[in-house]
Design a protein around this ligand. Structure first.
Ligand code: ZN
Length: 244
C-alpha cells in the first residue's frame, strides 16, 4: 500500500494537482490539515481531495474559516484570507470541514495537524517541544504539519534519559527512521516555508516500510496570477516565489 501524505495545501490548486500527478500511483491520501486558508481555491482543493480515498484531520486555518478560532491570533494577511475563505466556501465544503477530527491513527502513525499534545495550535519547531510531545501519542510515529517545513525528530533512550535527535530530512530517499519512535513533518504542499518554493509531500510505502519526502515544482505563477486578480494581499502572493 502506498499512502500519499499531504499537509497545508492552503487552497493552492496548481500545487495540489502537481503533487497528485507526480505521486501517482497511490492507494490513499492522508491529509494533515489546513486544506484551506491563504490561497484562492478552497472549494476546488476540498473537492479534489474528496475525489480520492482519504482520511484527513482539521488544521487551524480550517477552523478559522469555520469561525471556530479567534482571528486575533492570526497576522493581518492570514486574517484577511480566513475571512475571504469563510465567504467563499460552499455549504457542502463547509460541512466537510466541520466534520473533520483533530486526531487519527493509521498504524504505525498518529496523525495530527500541529502536535499530538495540542493538535490545532502547537508548532513543533524545536527538539525540546518535540520531546514533551512523545508522551502524547501511543503509536510508533506521529505525522504533523503546521510549520510548513519538513522535519524529523527521532527519540533515542539511554537508560531513563530521552534524547531527541532533530534532523533536516533528506528528499527523494528513505528517512533514516531506525528503530526509535519519531515525529515526521512532510512539509507543505501549498505554501512551503523552508526556503524551497517547490511543493513538499511524502509517500509511505507499507511493503518497503519506507517513508520518502518528495518535492514537486509546480506553476507558482498560475496561482499568483489568480490571487492578484482576486485582490489577495501582496505578501501572500510574493512568499510563494521564495518558499517562506
Ligand atoms: Zn498551515
Amino acid at each position: 500500500m502506498r499512502a500519499l501524505i499531504v499537509s497545508d495545501i492552503h487552497s493552492n490548486l496548481p500545487a495540489f494537482q502537481t503533487v497528485l500527478q507526480q505521486a501517482a500511483p497511490f492507494d490513499v491520501i492522508w491529509c494533515l490539515g489546513d486544506v484551506v486558508g491563504y490561497g484562492p481555491q478552497p472549494n476546488e482543493c476540498i473537492e479534489l481531495l474528496r475525489e480520492y480515498p482519504h482520511v484527513a484531520v482539521a488544521g487551524n486555518h480550517d477552523w478559522a474559516a469555520l469561525g471556530r478560532l479567534d482571528l486575533a491570533e492570526f497576522n493581518a494577511e492570514a486574517r484577511w484570507a480566513a475571512r475571504w475563505t469563510a465567504e467563499a466556501l460552499t455549504l457542502d465544503n463547509r460541512a466537510y470541514l466541520e466534520a473533520l477530527p483533530t486526531r487519527l491513527v493509521e498504524e504505525p502513525f498518529t496523525i495530527v495537524h500541529g502536535s499530538p499534545r495540542e493538535p490545532i495550535w502547537e508548532y513543533i519547531l524545536y527538539s525540546f517541544v518535540a520531546a514533551v510531545n512523545f508522551d502524547h501519542f501511543d503509536t510508533t510515529c506521529c505525522l504533523i504539519g503546521h510549520t510548513h517545513s519538513p522535519a524529523l525528530f527521532v527519540e533515542r533512550k539511554e537508560g531513563d534519559t530521552r534524547i531527541i535527535e532533530a534532523d533536516l530530512p533528506p528528499f527523494e530517499e528513505p528517512l533514516p527512521l531506525g528503530q526509535g519512535r519519531c515525529i515526521i513533518n512532510p512539509g507543505s504542499v501549498g505554501q512551503p516555508r523552508d526556503g524551497d518554493p517547490r511543493a513538499s509531500y511524502a509517500i509511505w510505502d507499507t511493503e518497503k516500510g519506507e517513508l520518502v519526502i518528495h518535492r514537486a515544482e509546480y506553476d507558482v505563477e498560475a496561482v499568483q496570477t489568480l490571487m492578484m486578480e482576486l485582490g489577495f494581499p501582496a505578501r501572500l502572493i510574493a512568499r510563494l516565489s521564495y518558499g517562506w
